[in-house]
Design a protein around this ligand. Sequence first.
Ligand code: COA
Length: 420
Amino acid sequence: MNQRVGIEALSVAVPRRYLALEDLARARTVDPAKFTVGLGLREMAVAGPGEDTVTLAATAGERLLSAYGIELSRIGMLVVGTETGVDHSKAVASYVQGLLGLPKSMRTFDTQHACYGGTAALMAASDWIGSGHADGRAALVICSDIARYGIGTPGEPTQGGGAVAMLVSDRPELLALDRGVSGVYSTDIHDFWRPIGQREARVDGHYSIDCYLDAVAGAYRMWLERATRAGLVPANGLASDALARIAYHVPFCKMARKAHAQLRRVELEGQPGHPASVDEAASVVEERAAAASFEAQVAPSLLVPSRVGNTYTASLYFALASLLHADANALAGKRIGLFSYGSGCTSEFFSGVVGDHASAAIERAGIRDVLEQRQRIDVAQYERIMTMPPDTQPMNELRGPFAFRGFEDQRRRYRRLAAV
Ligand code: COA
């Protein structure tokens, strides 16, 4: 608990193309407001030929190393959180290690549990550093995924893709984690899954929303109890008021609004003068949660996710990136909460304190430029990409920095095309 451990640097990568959700709605003869207001989404990243989980992860990693001037010899661990890896055995992390030229004297591995895999990676890295085994070195944690539900499915507007790279170290310029104060909640359910050999996920969408809300309640209750014991939140009043912002896993942005209302209900459970159960408290808190706290505490974290779509493991960390990009100045020295959910399911509510110089640090990630450099495509182009066979190679596009270049002798090959 005493050693400061957390996120020192952060960078993002997104596919080169995106589709505006209004265009998709019109093509599906759906009221655009259903996607933009009902689901809270503006744009959806579309991964094209040559782009996969490896190239997105390597791009985010390379950007981090160059933008923050990180010496490769500092890195002793590389963990990639993903649920859309490219091989049943060979880790995405090993491809990334090769593409980035990382040292050989390091651990590399992937972590998987649906969208929670990135948080599993972050926690493994944080524990490694906190244990002292890192011996002063840092871990590169990368969350990378491409979310596919398929053309014409209810999940279609909630696709996306991207990667977030984080340097985890004992110099947490961006976010010092409150180690040992997590709340966790897991249960064996089928809300979302992807059978072996299938590119498109199966999802019981409305049920998955209920499962997510149960998980928020379970994980937050445990965090509340531990955070109160650790003195991180006041014994009286609403604990979430002690959190300047909260970033949630966002399979679609409206989910964060639902999650936040649930969290506020949970903390009213034990308050004097309020009904004892979540259900009875619901009507009391809905208005208050929606009006008073969502816009201030959560909305800034949704600016980037609403333009990228679902990124599975990376989704919570795009929300964190968005929050820091929008608000780091105001958040210096303040505690924020984070909720990670992986279908199936497991979840974790944790917290951390934003660094005093986080504003300058996050500027280096160049998030605005990364989004602005993308190309808008129309629905016909999107559908052409979606119906291409797996592992289609780029024809004429030699834009980088990394691209999948096909198989040689049954081995996946990647090429470095240009500097980031
Ligand atoms: N204007 C504004 N809002 C509208 C609208 C309109 N014209 N039409 C519908 N809406 C609202 C609905 O009221 C609903 O909001 P609410 O949930 O707050 O009530 C929202 O838009 C979605 O409408 P709904 O009818 O529920 O959509 P759907 O049945 O087509 O599917 C999902 C929505 C999210 C269930 C579906 O996209 C999905 O399964 N996505 C994948 C989810 C996922 O990834 N889960 C696993 C990880 S947690």
